[in-house]
Design a protein around this ligand. Structure first.
Ligand SMILES: Cc1cc2nc3c(=O)[nH]c(=O)nc-3n(C[C@H](O)[C@H](O)[C@H](O)COP(=O)(O)OP(=O)(O)OC[C@H]3O[C@@H](n4cnc5c(N)ncnc54)[C@H](O)[C@@H]3O)c2cc1C
Length: 407
């Protein structure tokens, strides 16, 4: 059995995190998933403040921008320990704020942009959403049509975006806009930051299969933002967009499996409680799920090693996205088969997150597993569908010919 260990420095940091958790978590803590929904939401928001106050948010960001100044490996150790303890590593909007907006600014922002935006992201003063997809541009993102035109020292934006998760909470959006309609489609795009609190921005909720509305449609009518809010170069936003997508797709490859393993253990407990472990087909599917979780763990370590060696996350992030999202789709279907007809009657609380596994400590209730199934349906779509990840792997990792009709 392989027993991979991190460096001694990283293991010393692990002890620091464990001491922090022992000091800051309530007696008898079972994981945020064990809290009723309302309490879990309050806990998540308070916990973010605790992480920030202890320098554990943006832990690998440079200190001059409010970060912890630690290494990427220490960040992974932190997320591993938080996942094991069943507490979130971030706030509800931080996938978009800390990870994506922060990640884009760290990699591509000007010194002035970093000094202005990064501390505000960590303090929670600014909340961000991602303005990529449009009604006719999802997988073929580079076909986007939302326009930005220069007017003095401002860009004027017209068009619409769709599926913006947490768009109603956000006060800033990072947008892909077309700034040169005459250039080839990938070449005329700019990555712009835009304040949402202005008359030209209209955010409307979209209701999903679970009845909630985590995402939105956003209309821009002569919305304005300063020319100082371009990230990277004008008409060169495609490069920025891709590096943010890689962060969205693969950055957590090493830590996701911890969460999936906790969910898997809950599934086995449920199958046992319901007397389904004697069913040979269920046993076979559970064994296959176990193999996939363990494979993900080692793949995650491989991707992490690549990031630590090269400093970047490339198209191989797509391997992780395909693996975990398809695993989660399949394992939640298995859970519903274990529940059988009981899955038609929702009892207990639904997951508090709208993607991936339900939180550690979640009860084996029907609402938890059906909610996880709904998340599983979305997992293979957002951040690029499985088909698109396979195209990326074929073309950019394996060097196969491009699909017919593409550039
Ligand atoms: C829960 C959720 C949250 C999201 N959050 C955000 C967000 O915050 N911000 C944002 O900008 N977007 C967000 N999205 C949008 C997401 O990025 C798009 O839904 C996704 O990129 C797919 O685009 P589409 O829905 O237009 O599907 P389409 O592109 O129309 O695809 C339809 C089907 O055709 C297949 N297909 C398309 N092209 C090809 C091809 N070349 N080869 C093979 N198959 C192909 C696809 O795989 C898919 O099965 C979110 C989506 C979901 C589900």
């Amino acid at each position: 059995m392989m027993d991979p260990r991190h460096s001694p420095e990283a293991e010393a940091f692990r002890q620091r995190v464990q001491a922090f958790l022992a000091e800051n978590l309530p007696e008898g803590w079972q994981g945020i998933g064990a809290l009723p929904r309302d309490e879990a939401l309050v806990f998540q928001s308070d916990w973010r403040k605790t992480l920030h106050a202890n320098g554990l948010l943006g832990v690998s960001w440079p200190k001059e921008y409010g970060g912890g100044g630690l290494t990427k490996l220490e960040q992974v150790v932190l997320v591993e320990e938080l996942a094991k303890a069943g507490v979130p590593a971030m706030g509800a909007s931080d996938l978009y704020s800390v990870k994506m907006a922060g990640g884009a600014l760290l990699a591509w922002g000007t010194e002035e942009q970093k000094r202005h935006f990064l501390p505000r992201i960590l303090s929670g003063q600014d909340l961000w959403c991602q303005g990529y997809s449009e009604p006719d541009s999802g997988s073929d993102l580079a076909s986007l049509r939302t326009r930005a035109e220069l007017d003095g020292d401002e860009w004027v934006i017209n068009g619409s975006k769709i599926w913006q998760t947490r768009g109603r909470e956000a006060n800033w959006i990072f947008l892909l806009v077309r700034t040169d309609p005459t250039a080839p489609k990938h070449a005329g795009i700019t990555f712009l930051l835009l304040p949402m609190d202005q008359p030209g921005v209209d955010v409307r909720p979209i209701r999903n299969i679970s009845g909630s509305s985590p995402f939105n449609k956003i209309f821009f009518t002569d919305a304005r933002t300063s020319t100082a809010n371009v990230v990277g170069k004008v008409n060169d936003g495609w490069a920025v967009a891709n590096s943010v997508l890689a962060l969205e797709r693969g950055d957590e490859a090493a830590t996701h499996p911890v969460q999936f393993r906790a969910e898997f253990d809950r599934l086995v407990a449920m199958a046992r409680e319901r007397g389904r472990l004697g069913d040979p087909v269920i046993r076979d599917r559970i064994a296959a799920a176990y193999i996939r979780v363990e494979t993900m763990r080692y793949l995650g370590l491989r991707i992490l090693t690549g990031v630590l060696t090269t400093g970047t996350l490339g198209p191989e992030a797509s391997i992780s996205k395909v693996q975990w999202s398809e695993y989660h789709r399949d394992v939640t279907r298995l859970a519903i088969d274990v529940l059988g007809a009981d899955a038609m009657v929702l009892e207990g609380r639904a997951p508090i997150r709208s993607h991936q596994a339900d939180d550690p400590g979640a009860p084996n209730s029907t609402a938890s597993w059906v909610g996880a199934l709904y998340n599983g349906v979305a997992d293979t779509i957002y951040a690029g569908t499985s088909q698109i990840q396979r195209n990326i792997l074929g073309e950019r990792v394996l060097g196969l010919p491009k699909e017919p009709g593409s550039r």
